[in-house]
Design a protein around this ligand. Structure first.
Ligand code: PEP
Ligand code: MN
Length: 345
């Protein structure tokens, strides 16, 4: 249930309303938007009626929400949410450009690449330290040492870092060392992991599972938010379809669908969707025009010899060329990939 608060309601009246709702056993979610204040009720609202609420002077309209996602729902929060990643903003007019290698391999290359990516306009650095590989014999990532290397790259460049957490065993290290906890496609419905990151206040980059529905994806965001962490960013990374010419199929329709349903930002990862390098620039450009709030792109100095996903990595030069066009498209979309926060560091 949501309550639209009257435009002329006094703060004291709103406080009295929320206190009474809480006293009745509901969790209150308040959103002070540009147009109005919305009070969302979380709990079993079948026990209360619209008339119970209408008796408060602050109440303008009362609506029931049928969707099972509440905190993620745009009805709870009309304006776009803006997530702060150690100073870099994502959402509304703020565009995230997250680039880096699939896996962190060594300090020297990671730092050198981070510098190049920053010069090209990236505002966050990605790098896998714990890798979800299909084969148990494939490189599994450097583990905590990889996170330490990313920390060094951040010290050298100011770029906030994004890395994938696969197990709650390393939650403390991630909270201490990274700026965004990535939940990968394979763990989109690992509910224990979602609950664990929900108890932190780190931004969470939530990728879609390859066969998940958008509704299930929204419910996964709700899991994180239900724990109190409302800093969730969706990342569309391709879905499995009957098509085999590419690794996955980039579902750009997910962007406007998510934006209609939710106030949370959604970014696009064309790298894992395409699985092949030559498709990535066109899909990245299309992602900007779809209205997405950012991109995640894999880049490697020497893709042929990358320890994972080399076939889909751009070279730094290709990334730089792409960013020239992306920046032009961002002007059309009235968005900016803000780098001021990084330059101030
Ligand atoms: C990755 O970002 O390197 C990754 C494994 O992504 P996904 O979970 O989308 O496959
Ligand atoms: Mn990868």
């Amino acid at each position: 249930m949501i309550i639209h608060v009257k435009h002329d309601a006094k703060e004291q009246e709103i406080k009295e309303l929320t206190a009474n709702i809480e006293a009745a056993g509901f969790e209150v979610h308040r959103s002070d938007g540009k147009n109005r204040t919305i009070i969302g009720l979380i709990g079993d609202t079948s026990k209360i009626t619209e008339n119970d609420m209408a008796k408060y002077r602050a109440v303008d309209e009362v609506h029931r929400i049928s969707a099972p996602y509440k905190k993620a729902n745009r009805l709870f929060h009309e304006d776009d949410s803006v997530i702060d990643i150690d100073g870099v903003k994502v959402g509304a007019e703020n565009f995230m450009v997250c680039a880096g290698p699939c896996s962190v391999e060594n300090e020297e290359d990671t730092v050198a690449l981070a510098k190049q990516l920053k010069a090209s306009g990236a505002n966050t650095l990605r790098g896998g330290a714990f890798k979800p590989r299909t084969s148990p014999y494939a490189f599994q990532g450097l583990g905590v040492e990889g996170l330490r290397i990313l920390e060094t790259a951040k010290k050298e460049t100011g770029l906030p870092i994004v890395s994938e957490l696969m197990s709650t065993d390393y939650l403390d290290e991630f909270v201490e060392m990274v700026d965004v906890i990535q939940i990968g496609a394979r763990n989109m419905q690992n509910f224990d992991l979602l609950k664990a990151v929900g108890k932190t206040n780190k931004p969470v980059l939530l990728k879609n599972g390859i066969s998940a529905t958008i509704k299930e994806w929204l419910m996964s965001a709700e899991y994180v938010m239900a724990g109190g962490n409302e800093n969730v960013i969706f990342c569309e990374r391709g879905i499995r379809t009957s098509e085999t010419a590419t690794r996955n199929t980039l579902d750009l329709q997910a962007v406007p669908v998510i934006q209609k349903e939710s106030h949370l930002p959604i970014i696009v990862d064309p790298s894992h969707a395409a699985g092949v390098r030559h498709i990535i620039p066109s899909m990245a450009k299309s992602a900007v025009m779809s209205g997405a709030s950012g991109l995640q792109i894999e880049v490697h100095q020497d893709p042929e010899n990358a320890w994972s996903d080399g076939q889909q990595c751009l070279t730094p030069g290709e990334f730089d060329d792409l960013m020239t066009t992306i920046n032009m498209l961002l002007k059309i979309e009235k968005k900016t990939a803000n780098t001021e926060a990084i330059l101030q560091k």
